[in-house]
Design a protein around this ligand. Structure first.
Ligand SMILES: Cc1cc2nc3c(=O)[nH]c(=O)nc-3n(C[C@H](O)[C@H](O)[C@H](O)COP(=O)(O)OP(=O)(O)OC[C@H]3O[C@@H](n4cnc5c(N)ncnc54)[C@H](O)[C@@H]3O)c2cc1C
Length: 165
């Protein structure tokens, strides 16, 4: 039995750990387009605010599991799924599966507002997004979206500005 999981967020990683703990004999492949181990998006605003170091966003997951038959492919996107032949295509290879778990999370919605494709426009969904924001050297920010992530980002950016004044 070979199980392929697409997505190394908390859903994909927990699925991998749970499957492996319950069925150690199963062979498992975990694919993530992000080139980093499991991390918590929930603490990204704290990283942005400088309240925690970057290495503290990472969580212990399947990557540190010592069992046999685990293959982790980071930095490669699943480009196509052939359900008839039970294969997942990456740019570099085709991976056959008996069972497939899709745990690819959600996507950021960028509203159709003119100018949102210019330099200095950010989203905050992934660690890559947070890294880009952390390297931004601007001193004024506008946050569009006042859900809990927008509010957390505004508070984090305000702290950052205060820290450097
Ligand atoms: C800033 C922020 C703060 C948050 N705070 C909280 C909080 O306080 N409490 C709370 O409960 N939730 C919070 N959330 C939400 C929570 O992080 C998400 O609900 C959770 O991360 C979803 O996990 P997931 O595994 O389903 O998806 P994701 O974490 O999105 O993981 C999906 C993974 O799949 C990968 N992927 C996608 N497509 C492909 C593909 N084609 N091929 C290969 N890999 C692919 C992605 O790169 C990603 O690594 C927050 C989110 C953010 C962004």
């Amino acid at each position: 039995m070979h199980i392929v999981i697409i997505g190394n967020g908390i859903a994909g990683n927990t699925a991998a750990l749970t499957i492996k703990r319950g069925n150690p004999e199963v062979s498992l492949t975990l694919i993530s387009e992000e080139n980093c181990p499991l991390y918590s998006p929930c603490v990204l605003p704290h990283y942005l605010a400088g309240a925690i170091d970057r290495n503290r966003v990472f969580l212990e997951g399947i990557e540190s599991y010592s069992g046999e038959g685990i293959r982790i492919i980071l930095g490669e996107k699943a480009e196509n799924i052939d359900v008839r032949n039970k294969e997942v295509s990456l740019l570099s290879q085709v991976i056959p599966y008996d069972k497939l778990v899709i745990a690819t999370g959600s996507k950021v919605i960028i509203p159709p507002i003119d100018g949102l494709n210019k330099e200095g426009i950010f989203t905050l969904k992934s660690l890559g997004d947070a890294d880009r924001l952390c390297h931004w050297s601007g001193k004024e920010a506008v946050v569009i979206g006042s859900g809990f992530i927008g509010i957390e980002v505004a508070v984090a950016l305000k702290k950052e500005v205060i820290r450097f004044i």
